[in-house]
Design a protein around this ligand. Structure first.
Ligand SMILES: Cc1ncc(C[n+]2csc(CCOP(=O)(O)OP(=O)(O)O)c2C)c(N)n1
Ligand SMILES: [Mg+2]
Length: 622
């Protein structure tokens, strides 16, 4: 069964749109062996190691994060599989499966599973469920998988694998697939039909829009004077950047982007408003607040994008999404279609229609003002003595360190202060140049994710930016990047604690508590000064600790020249952030408290909630 599974995976292909070349759909398999996969799947992977390479990393969650990042960097056209032992290896996948599920990214998870025969029962690491004899820990993966199957007879692969591949390659269904593989079944023989292993070229089909949806959307837009288009991750995955640009230019519709959609339009495009929502630009948020129609393309419309449904409450919302569930969100008008086809068809239906000329002029003016704001922040080099830099100044130094970084670099990030700062300040003119995992915003994704991106795009400089908290959560794949010769530049912003949550806590009236190391319970020796550079060197990377933006610039020259993973640690201020831009984000504040600060925060919270609507775009009905 294992041999058949590996042979089948190796036979799946895709055609690269750029070069026209046929490439394996699966770039490889990440594996940590144990009982439950070493004898069966491990032996099969060894046999087929030329067609389907196996990579070993240090932690199952990190391996899966790397695999997910690989697929994201390939805009979901290529992917990887991940295999684990039974028990703890398998449950280490749960977080990553949820991450892939939330972000709609494909990954094939192959955890080992307990004996179907139950001959040795229980085996090492087996959970004995007292009420369900069919349960194993792999059942934890059911609610976080788009497709889950347990292969209890070898021939079940004949139906399970085509279904798995369908889910992995379908734009609407796309997400994690789990095939749990009981170890005795992995080792069983079966007479397979040879045709099962024929190579197959997967097509990434585009769903065309229905005519009636387009007519309705065009009618809504024609009634608009102040339209804004929001580009989400779906716009990138549908490779709709050109379609978005043409739509914006032809119809005079300014564009705002989500975390997943950033980079759809080049940063310097005249109609590029910058990011929408909680981590958004002044340009995007000011126009969104006044928009009469929002065309939401390929976005899940999560709270960071909608300002917790309090940002664009006047607008009618048109959703254009390949996923019916997403198309439903706040949609007055829904177009169920691929982003590219949908925009092209809608544009044809709109003919010569354009939004108000004064609206476009205002959009261009605000967009330019925002670019000046960003310039201002990211060009700061010399800070007053005794001032620690903050994330915005570090981001500026990283961008300045390459003459054409907007085209060449891929920045990778996921959690902490940095996502908001990067969304506001990072500049890219290449789709995929901004790799932010902000659907799950999972601490620890960054370094592993950077590894996956570098596997997908070895010719690009992959720059991982992360906080001390994320670094300490999951960093061991630095050693894997050294072992595989996959160079990363890692910039650690050490503000000695969970800076963003500390600020959130106080914004909600809370006392500084249990976030910054200084505010945590400590023994006699206090919190250690963590030497991140020494830590990375211990794993084989080159590393240094710098003390200013000017030193950071010099270190970045060395980092870019290095062929080996290079970490730069810099001390940063946990209080300063980019204050301009942004929007309200709903975080529930206690209704009763003995603390004045909490009661005051509660009053602000109740006031802010008055602007909120059950979903965006409803107030125009009132
Ligand atoms: C796995 C995980 N646990 C908890 C959180 C909640 N959380 C978000 S950011 C953060 C602190 C991040 O600290 P650090 O990486 O040092 O970044 P900083 O906020 O200090 O810039 C926490 C605890 C999360 N996003 N992911
Ligand atoms: Mg920190």
């Amino acid at each position: 069964m294992s041999q058949a599974l590996v042979r089948y995976l190796a036979a799946q292909q895709m055609r690269d749109e750029g070069s026209g070349e046929l490439l394996p759909l699966f770039g490889g398999v990440f594996a940590i062996f144990g009982h439950g996969n070493v004898a069966g799947l491990g032996e099969a992977l060894y046999q087929h190691r030329e067609q389907l390479p196996t990579y070993r990393a240090h932690n199952e969650q990190a391996m899966a994060n790397a695999a997910i990042a690989y697929a994201k960097a390939h805009m979901r056209r290529r992917m990887m599989a991940v295999t684990t032992s039974i028990g703890p290896g398998a449950t280490n996948l749960v977080t990553s499966a949820a991450l892939a599920h939330v972000n709609r990214l494909p990954v094939l998870l192959l955890p080992g599973d307990i004996f179907v025969s139950r001959a040795p029962d229980p085996v090492l690491q087996q959970l004995e469920h007292f009420g369900d004899g069919t349960a194993s820990v792999n059942d934890c993966l059911r609610p976080v998988s788009r497709y889950f199957d347990r292969i209890v007879r070898p021939e079940q692969l004949l139906t399970a694998l085509p279904r798995a591949l369908h889910v992995l390659t379908d734009a609407a269904l796309c997400g994690p697939v789990t095939l749990a593989l009981p170890q005795d079944v992995q080792a069983e023989a079966f007479d397979w039909p040879e045709a099962f292993f024929a190579s197959r070229v997967h097509k990434f089909r585009r769903l065309p829009p229905a005519q009636e949806d387009i007519i309705a959307a065009a009618q809504t837009l024609r009634g608009a004077k102040h339209p804004v288009l929001i580009a989400g991750g779906g716009a990138l995955y549908a490779q709709a950047s050109d379609a978005v640009r043409r739509f914006a230019e032809t119809h005079g519709v300014p564009v705002a982007e989500t975390q997943a959609g950033k980079g759809t339009l080049p940063w310097q495009h005249r109609l590029q408003l910058g990011p929408a929502g909680v981590c958004g630009s002044t340009a995007a948020n000011e126009l969104l607040a006044e928009a009469d129609v929002v065309l939401a393309v390929g976005t899940r419309l999560q709270d960071f994008t909608t300002g917790s449904n309090a940002l664009y409450t006047r607008a009618r919302i048109i959703t254009l999404n390949v996923n019916g569930y997403d198309a439903l969100k706040g949609g007055d008008t829904r177009v169920l279609a691929d982003a590219r086809l949908g925009l092209e068809t809608l544009s044809t239906a709109l003919g010569a229609w354009r939004g108000d000329a004064s609206w476009q002029a205002r959009a261009q003016h605000l967009a330019q003002a925002w670019r000046h704001t960003v310039d201002d922040i990211t060009s700061r080099r010399e800070l007053p003595a005794g001032t620690l830099p903050y994330d915005g100044e570090v981001i500026g130094a990283v961008q300045r360190s390459h003459a054409d970084s907007a085209r060449h670099d891929i920045v990778v990030c996921a959690a902490g202060t940095l996502p908001a700062e990067l969304e506001k300040l990072w500049r890219t003119d290449t789709p995929g140049g901004y790799h932010m995992e902000y659907g799950y915003s999972c601490m620890g994704y960054e370094i592993a994710g950077g590894l996956g991106v570098k596997m997908a795009k070895p010719e690009r400089e992959v720059i991982v930016m992360l906080g001390d908290g994320s670094y300490l959560m999951l960093n061991a794949e630095i050693a894997t990047s050294v072992m595989l010769g996959l160079k990363l530049i890692i910039v650690v912003l050490d503000n000695r604690g969970f800076g963003c949550i500390n600020r959130l806590q106080q914004a909600c009236g809370g006392a500084p508590f249990n976030n910054m190391l200084a505010d945590c319970l400590q023994g006699a020796d206090g919190a250690p000064m963590i030497d991140f550079a020494a830590h990375a060197r211990a794993m084989g990377a080159e590393a240094e600790h710098v003390h200013s933006i000017v030193e950071l610039e010099q270190a970045l020259v060395r980092a870019r020249a290095s062929t080996r993973t290079y970490l730069i640690a810099i001390d940063t201020d946990h209080r300063r952030t980019t204050e301009t831009g942004g929007a309200w984000w709903e975080v529930a504040v206690p209704e009763v408290s003995e603390r004045d600060a909490v009661r005051a925060a509660r009053r602000d919270y109740e006031t802010a909630k008055q602007r909120q609507h059950p979903y965006p775009g409803k107030s125009h009905d009132a």
